[in-house]
Design a protein around this ligand. Sequence first.
Ligand code: ARG
Length: 227
Amino acid sequence: DTQSSAGDKAVIVMGTNAEFPPFEYREGDNVEGFDVEIAKKVAEKLGVELQIEDMLFDGLIPALEAGKIDFIAAGMSVTEERKQNVDFSNGYYEASQVIIVTKDNDTIKGPEDLKNKKIGVQLGTTGDAEAQNIEGAEVVQFNAGFAAIMDLQNGKVDAVVLDSEPAKNFAAQNDQIKILDVELTQEEYAIAVKKGNTELVDAINSVLEEMKNSGEYDELVKKYFTA
Ligand code: ARG
């Protein structure tokens, strides 16, 4: 009986892909970030211990369906396609896909200039899907947004399509890249649970609401986001 070993709390498992600052990133051996803070509140509310499983982004939904993780907190955007396989909490953050190029690039100024170009994306993301729709584009899929940025810098891709906040985060630490002032999509991040897990989704929704009402949510925004 695993539940009754002395002093051990029951565990809830968060699945994520810690390649997505400021929502989740590695700090030494730990995974930290905005999503982790929310997940900690959820665990606290349920009186259980939080365990974090860091995996490839495109492995998250399969892991949830297989019962290897209890929820996904990974800056995951709500999409109609994903809704067929998981249930989402209420949204907790509005985001968009942006285009990143090197600072010296003066030919790619907007989405129309991405035609027939080599575009770096993170595998299985909404940015990946968006790039696949661009006429003639060659989409290069990376396991991490950071790796796509490295190849941009090395001239191996012409542009990177990435979520707005991680893009700002990477740009703040790299003076050779710039973010174009145009939003390719409007998306909303939410936490995903296994289809039919209404108990957990209800708990997550009440935590989100409590955090917004108490001002904790705004404090997290201040703590984690690049102005
Ligand atoms: N918002 C995008 C999506 O849902 C990208 C999320 C990537 N998240 C991550 N933790 N790597 O597809």
